[in-house]
Ligand binder design. Structure first.
Ligand SMILES: C[S@@+](CC[C@H](N)C(=O)[O-])C[C@H]1O[C@@H](n2cnc3c(N)ncnc32)[C@H](O)[C@@H]1O
Length: 364
C-alpha cells in the first residue's frame, strides 16, 4: 500500500479552516497548562484553540500549503489586533490584505512565504476561503441550496429556537423532497470525492456515504442550536456571520497571542513528528480523521508509533467520517476506550459530518 501523500495531491490548500469541532476536542483532551499535545494541523484552528487553553502544542501536517496556512494565521495573530485578524483572514471585508501581508510575512518561514507569494489571490480573497473544501461548500451554497430553499428560509433555520421547535421546523419546512434528493447527490461519494475531498479519501468506505451524512445533518439541525454553530453558519452563509470558531473568539484572543511561543509548527507525517518532537512525551493527540484514509495495517503501525510517544494517561482523539477506526486490537491491553465520553461528545459535535468521535486513554 502506498502512503497517502504518494496517492493524493498535497500541492494546494484543501482545508483553509478545520472542519472538526474544536469544543469537543478541547473537552476530550483537557489542554491545560503543563500538557503537551501533538495535533494534526489542517487549517490550524484547532491547534490554536488547544494552545489558547494553556497546552504546549506541536502542530504538524504533511502538506506544505496546510503548513503555510497555519504559519500565516499564527503570524497574523502575533502582529495584528483582533479586528485586524478577522479582516485579514476574510471574516470581515477588507481591501488591503496584500498590504497587511507585507507586514506579517517576515514572521513566516521561507517555504510558506514562497507559497503565499505565488498565491496572492488567496490572500486577497481572504485566507479562510482559500481551500478546496471551502470551495465545495461555496458551490453548495450558490448553486444547490437556492434550488432547495430561499435565503429567507435559510435565515429562519438559523434563528434561535428551543429543541422541540427546531424539530418542528425541520420536519414541516426544511426536510422537503428536493432537500433529500439534492443533498444525497451533492454529499454523495462521487461529487464529494471529486469536488470536496478526494476519491482516495473514500477508498476504505463501505455503504452509502450520503445517507449517513444526511442523518448527522438532521441531528445538527434539530438536536443542536443552529444559531450557535460556526460550521453551519459558514456552510450556509459563506462566512462566520453569527459566531466564530473558538480560536477566533475575542475573549480568547490575547491568551492565544501570548501562547504562540508554546507552538511548534512542522511539516511531517504525525507519526514522524511524534518521534522528532517526543521530548518528555505527549499527553494528548488530536488526530483529525487521518485513520480512515488508511488501510488497517498502516493504521496499526502509526497508532503504535504514536503510543511510543505517549505519556501514561495520554488521550488520543480522532473522528471517523465513514470508516469505523479505533484502537487496533494488538494495543487493547495498553489503551482504554472512553466510550461514554466519545458518545456524549459526538452528540454535541457541531461539525456534523462525522459518524464517530473516538477518545481513548493510554493506561497508567
Ligand atoms: C485528515 S484531513 C481531514 C479533513 C476533514 N476532516 C475531512 O474529513 O475531509 C486533515 C489534515 O490532515 C493532514 N494529514 C492527513 N494525514 C496525515 C498524517 N498522517 N500526518 C500529518 N498530517 C496528515 C492533511 O494534509 C490535512 O491537512
Amino acid at each position: 500500500m502506498k502512503r497517502l501523500d504518494h496517492r493524493v495531491q498535497f500541492d494546494f490548500i484543501r482545508y483553509a479552516n478545520c472542519w472538526e469541532d474544536a469544543d469537543i476536542l478541547r473537552e476530550a483532551l483537557n489542554p491545560a497548562p503543563g500538557k503537551r499535545i501533538l495535533s494534526v494541523a489542517s487549517g490550524g484552528d484547532n491547534s490554536f484553540a488547544l494552545l489558547a487553553d494553556g497546552a504546549e502544542v506541536v502542530a504538524t501536517d504533511m502538506s506544505a500549503p496546510q503548513v503555510a496556512c497555519v504559519e500565516i494565521k499564527a503570524a497574523a495573530i502575533r502582529k495584528l489586533d483582533h479586528g485586524e485578524v478577522l479582516s485579514f483572514l476574510g471574516v470581515r471585508p477588507s481591501k488591503n490584505r496584500l498590504a497587511v501581508y507585507e507586514l506579517v510575512k517576515s514572521d513566516i518561514s521561507k517555504a510558506s512565504r514562497d507559497y503565499w507569494d505565488r498565491n496572492q489571490n488567496s490572500i486577497t480573497g481572504g485566507i479562510i476561503h482559500a481551500g478546496k473544501f471551502e470551495n465545495y461548500f461555496r458551490l453548495f451554497r450558490t448553486c444547490i441550496l437556492p434550488l432547495i430553499h430561499s435565503r429567507r428560509k435559510v435565515a429562519r433555520l438559523l434563528e434561535p429556537r428551543v429543541k422541540s421547535d427546531r424539530h418542528d421546523f425541520y420536519n414541516s419546512v426544511w426536510n422537503n423532497l428536493r432537500w433529500r434528493l439534492l443533498f444525497r447527490v451533492f454529499f454523495g461519494r462521487f461529487v464529494m470525492g471529486r469536488l470536496g475531498r478526494d476519491p482516495e479519501f473514500f477508498r476504505h468506505v463501505e455503504g452509502s456515504v450520503s445517507d449517513r451524512i444526511l442523518q448527522r445533518t438532521r441531528h445538527a439541525l434539530t438536536e443542536l442550536p443552529t444559531d450557535q454553530n460556526p460550521y453551519l453558519d459558514y456552510i450556509l452563509n459563506g462566512n462566520f456571520t453569527r459566531c466564530l470558531p473558538p480560536y477566533l473568539e475575542a475573549e480568547r484572543f490575547d491568551r492565544l497571542r501570548d501562547s504562540l511561543e508554546r507552538l511548534t509548527i512542522c511539516r511531517e507525517p504525525v507519526e514522524k513528528a511524534a518521534l522528532i518532537h517526543r521530548g518528555r512525551g505527549f499527553d494528548g493527540f488530536n488526530l483529525s480523521d487521518i485513520f480512515e484514509y488508511l488501510d488497517a495495517g498502516t493504521c496499526s503501525t502509526i497508532y503504535g508509533e504514536l503510543l511510543g510517544a505517549a505519556r501514561p494517561g495520554a488521550r488520543l482523539a480522532y473522528w471517523n467520517m465513514l470508516v469505523p477506526r479505533s484502537c487496533p486490537r494488538e494495543f487493547n491491553d495498553r489503551v482504554t476506550p472512553l466510550a461514554d465520553i466519545s458518545g456524549e461528545l459526538l452528540q454535541r459535535d457541531r461539525a456534523f459530518f462525522y459518524t464517530a468521535f473516538v477518545v481513548e486513554e493510554v493506561k497508567h
